[in-house]
Design a protein. Structure first.
Length: 95
């Protein structure tokens, strides 16, 4: 049994995409990450000081990093990278 070919289905070509923005250098990403992490750690240390008083330093660090790292990775750093890309685009003449 052979099946007859069905009608040809035409799919529209995807729209032409603009070239993706250049990825910042590793040095710029390191600075942006540090600028995100440092204030979060400083605020986290001040906020948790009374709760973690008397804790072993390793447990303090564990608790602090459990909050700071996801906050930085999922919220703060992406926003800072978008802000950097926007500023870099303005500087180079693109909007």
């Amino acid at each position: 049994m052979e099946t007859a070919p069905g009608p040809a289905v035409l799919t529209p070509a995807p729209p032409a995409l603009a070239s993706p923005p250049a990825v910042p250098s590793v040095h710029v990403r390191a600075v942006i990450t540090w600028l995100a992490i440092f204030p979060l750690v400083a605020l986290g240390m001040m906020a948790s000081a009374s709760l973690t008083e008397g804790w072993h330093p390793v447990f303090k660090a564990l608790t602090l990093t459990l909050v700071v790292v996801p906050t930085a990775v999922y919220l703060v750093v992406p926003r800072m990278m978008r802000a950097h890309a926007s500023l870099a685009g303005r500087r180079s003449g693109r909007s």
